[in-house]
Every structure is written in structure tokens, then in C-alpha cells.
Design a protein around this ligand. Structure first.
Ligand code: GLC
Length: 388
């Protein structure tokens, strides 16, 4: 089934799997990184062109746009003011993808250097408060409608109004001459999740390249996240432009610093594992809820407001595996699998009923095969700290 989903969504003329050709025909950065991981797990060499497609519009400054309009370059102009691609980015999952492909024995060639340049962009152009990486638009997080952005939503959350706000935030982007967003006077936040994913991907890449500068950058971000852990809230808060906690809303992606938490730091890891296993928090029969179930904002069918996401289940599963929390990882994989099967590989899933939501079938739902395909090197590797 997983292979079949990628197969039917594959775009042979462009060399990538669309997330879902009907609803999402364009190219998305982190989706294609996840697809590359899936192809590799399935032993399909399309992993390499899929990952290469991520860099199709990479700028000379290393910036990787979050969307590519390979099918119709002019379609980008209306929103982004340029043809071919967007001016914002997305979590740089290409560091992890390079590692997975390299470990599967696939030829990554220059893709490792491309990925390094993409990560260096964050170090050079995006560091802000407390040395953390800022995002300049909610879409950069990949979690467009997260409750962590509710402070910008202009009142109680309303999806239609929020879409207008997000389009307005495209207009206030400050874009460099090279076409890369660098700042936004109306939206600047240093999310725990985004910083965790930058640090994680840098460390993953460094296992392949041994790049010390990138390792140092990752360590700085991970160290700062270590300081930010809030034992009271049981999560890592986001940080505003003044270095203050912006939001500590109980979202699943707020727990992604688990990917880069020092294994010796028992406190956060134990607390997070407890919350993942607790039905008042994130545990649910058809996959982890994206928002704590006892939070007033929780909406089991809500896009980014509580429904279960395949890629977040994958990342949390991976973090648990890397920490050797096998039983907890198995629990996550079991519920996530039940959700993928019940929903027919949907974009996102009602974690209480298993009902499919959004597009179907969605390519990233195929991630669910990874726990069953590669119980070997990637999974058993110690927490990905690069060799000095
Ligand atoms: C939505 C998601 C984003 C994803 C895209 C394509 O915009 O929020 O994370 O990359 O769809 O699947």
C-alpha cells in the first residue's frame, strides 16, 4: 500500500511524488524529504531523484524554498512575486534524508553539500533571540494552523480569517535580493520545533559529512533548547523577538526537541515519554494527537488543531527509538499504523476514530512503513551526535 501510494502520486516528468496530486500538486520541501526516506526504506532508487528535487530552486545563498512550481512556474507569481518557487522555507528535513539514503547505500553525491548549504543559510541569515533560528511566516513551520500561532489569529481561531492573516503575512515578508525571506516585522518567532529540526538535521548530516562548523551550530541550538525546557508546562516554549517565552501551548511538535535532547537529561525525556503515553495528553488509539487532548483548543478533526499527523508520529517515533525507549516507540508505531490503515493513508487522521481527513491518499502517510522496513542501522544507531 505504502509503495502504491508513492507510485500513484509520482510525477515522472518532474522526478518527485506530489503530496496528493488533486489537492497538493506542487512540490513541497519537507514532504519530498519524507518521501525520499520512504522510497529508501522500500528499497526504491527513486529516493535519489526525490531528494534532488528538493534543491531544484536552491539559491546561491543556500536558501531552499518551501514550494516548487515545476509544473507551471508562472503559478508562483501571484503569491510570491516570482516565478518557479516560493520565498519562504520549511523544516530542513534534507539532513535526515541524506543520512538515511547514505546508510541505505544510495548515491547521495552532491546532495550532502546542497543540504549543508541549506542548513548554513539558517546559521548565517536567520539567527535571532538567544541565538535561536527565527521563522518569518507560519507556513515555514509546516504546522500552518498550530495553536502556537493563536496570538496572531486576531481573536478566537477561525480558519477562513487565519488564511487571510497568513496571506497578509506573505505581503509583510522582507525578502533579500536573492529572493530568500529573511525577516518579517509582523511575524517573528523562534519555535522550539523548528529549532529542534534544524539542530537534528544538522547532526544527521554531520554523521555523513563530519562538518565541524555545522556540528557546532547544532550543539548551540540544542544547548539553548536545553535551557528552555519548562518542567511546569512539560514542554519547550517558543521564543519571541525579545527572548521571552512566546507560547508554551501543549502541541506535539513542541516536543520535537526530544530529537536533540542529551540522553543524560533524564528529566525532559521521562516527562515527555509519560505525556506521550497519557490519554489526557497525546496518546490516542489512532495515532498521537497534535494537541493535548485535555487542552480546550483540542479538536480531533482540526487541521493542525488536534488531528494526528503521519510525519509527527514518525518524528516522535524516531526520537523514542534513538533514545532506546523501545516500548514507548512500539506504542506510538502501533497506534499510528492503526490510523494509517483505518484512514486509507490520509493526510491526517482523527486520532479518536481513525477517520481519514484532508487529502487521500497522501504520500507522507507512507512513512508508516519505516518502523517495519528498517529495524536496523538508522534505528539502532545511538542518538545522532557526530564524532568530534
Ligand atoms: C500543508 C501542510 C504542510 C505540507 C503541505 C503539503 O500546507 O501544513 O506542512 O508541507 O500541506 O503536504
Amino acid at each position: 500500500m505504502a509503495h502504491g501510494v508513492l507510485e500513484i502520486n509520482w510525477q515522472p516528468s518532474f522526478g518527485y511524488a506530489a503530496p496528493a496530486p488533486g489537492r497538493y500538486p506542487w512540490h513541497w520541501l519537507w514532504d519530498s524529504c519524507f518521501h525520499a526516506v520512504c522510497w529508501a526504506a522500500l528499497g526504491d532508487e527513486r529516493a535519489v531523484p526525490e531528494l534532488r528535487s528538493v534543491f531544484a530552486h536552491q539559491g546561491a545563498d543556500g536558501f531552499v524554498p518551501h514550494m516548487g512550481y515545476q509544473r507551471d512556474p508562472r503559478a508562483a507569481v501571484g503569491v510570491w512575486g516570482r516565478a518557479g518557487c516560493s520565498t519562504i522555507t520549511q523544516p530542513p528535513m534534507y539532513g535526515h534524508a541524506v543520512r538515511v539514503l547514505a546508510e541505505a547505500g544510495l548515491p547521495v553525491g552532491d546532495l550532502a553539500e546542497r543540504a549543508a548549504a541549506g542548513l548554513r543559510y539558517f546559521a548565517a541569515r536567520r539567527r535571532g533571540a538567544r541565538g535561536l533560528v527565527r521563522i518569518v511566516h507560519p507556513w515555514e513551520s509546516g504546522a500552518d494552523d498550530s495553536v502556537r500561532w493563536d496570538g496572531w489569529a486576531g481573536g478566537p481561531f477561525d480558519r477562513t480569517r487565519w488564511m487571510q492573516v497568513k496571506l497578509g503575512l506573505v505581503r509583510s515578508l522582507e525578502v533579500s535580493a536573492a529572493g530568500s525571506a529573511v525577516a518579517n516585522a509582523s511575524f517573528t518567532v523562534h519555535p522550539a520545533s523548528f529549532n529542534a529540526l534544524v539542530a537534528f538535521n544538522a547532526r544527521e548530516l554531520v554523521t555523513v559529512t563530519g562538518d565541524r562548523d555545522l556540528a557546532g551550530f547544532a550543539d548551540e541550538l540544542a544547548g539553548e533548547l536545553g535551557e528552555l525546557w519548562d518542567p511546569q508546562a512539560g514542554t519547550w516554549p517558543d521564543v519571541d523577538d525579545h527572548g521571552r517565552a512566546a507560547s508554551a501551548a501543549p502541541t506535539l511538535d513542541g516536543l520535537l526537541p526530544l530529537l536533540v535532547t542529551d540522553p543524560g537529561a533524564g528529566g525532559p525525556i521521562d516527562a515527555v515519554v509519560r505525556r506521550l503515553a497519557d490519554e489526557r495528553w497525546f496518546r490516542a488509539p489512532f495515532g498521537l494527537a497534535a494537541v493535548a487532548r485535555d487542552d480546550p483548543a483540542f479538536d480531533a478533526c482540526g487541521y493542525g488543531r488536534g488531528a494526528s499527523w503521519p510525519h509527527l508520529n514518525y518524528l516522535i517515533w524516531l526520537a523514542l527509538e534513538r533514545h532506546g525507549r523501545r516500548a514507548a516507540a512500539r506504542e506510538v508505531a502501533g497506534a499510528w499504523t492503526a490510523g494509517a490503515v483505518a484512514s486509507g493513508f490520509s493526510e491526517f487522521v482523527d486520532p479518536l476514530s481513525g477517520r481519514g481527513l484532508g487529502a487521500c491518499p497522501q504520500s507522507w502517510a507512507s512513512l508508516v512503513v519505516v518502523p517495519y522496513c528498517q529495524p536496523s542501522r538508522t534505528v539502532t544507531a545511538a542518538l545522532a551526535r557526530p564524532a568530534p
